[in-house]
Design a binder for this molecule. Sequence first.
Ligand code: GLU
Length: 281
Amino acid sequence: MVTITRFAPSPTGFLHLGHVYSASLARRRAREDGGKFLLRIEDIDVTRCRPEFEEAIYEDLAWLGLDWDAPVRRQSDHLDDYAALLEKLSDRDLIYPCFCTRKEIAAEIARSNTAPHGPEGPAYPGTCRNMTDAERQSRFARGDAYALRLNMVNAVASVDLAALRFEEIGKGFILCDPLPFGDIVLARKETPASYHLTVTFDDAIQNVNHVIRGQDLFPSTHIHRLLQALLDLPTPAYFHHGLISDNKGRRLSKRDKDATIKSLREYGYRPEEVLKMVDYG
Ligand code: GLU
């Protein structure tokens, strides 16, 4: 089997050293195995993505010599695919509309002491899960904006959970435990699909069999593994690498202007010097 890896940045800011680390690990893995290294632009969030950041991704990678195999997949070109996935889940009654605002969710969590606590903070308290059909229809008729959430309990009940696992390279097989995340969002009010849905589908459609990405995304893999089972998609092997931190030991983020590739270029660093900064030996 040919190794296929990918780098999947979101054009919501300039690439930083953490991205270079991810991209170079994924590219090296593909090149060493004689496989393919793909580039995917995760531009589904229209409220945060900007064309100049997408341009900078191509420029920075080319400048660093991190070449990728064509074609580039841009998520915003595939909205129909994601809509079809949501349709499939809806036909099986596994998703429901959620009209709550962030404020309402926070208030409900504060009020109720039974709200589940997920690995990434408090889970959705389930307010809209049991709305009657009539109530839903009247909210639709009023034109109220809504997100689509996975009914986690029903989703888990519809698969053989005990058999769901994923390979974390170097660590072996990990049992999939998505329940604590609660009813995650699969389509947002302002975005037609969420990260979890698009990333799971795209890795499958691009035949990615090694997902190499930061440790911060490790918890999400439980959700992705469940979605693979629900949508009948293959499961790649995963490798979640450690995160690059600044000289104060804090994790780098898009807010750290000094660590962006753009600013390192402007400071006069050469590509090989920047690659050396993330050299993992
Ligand atoms: N688009 C995500 C990000 O920029 C990465 C997705 C992934 O590697 O699974 O954080």
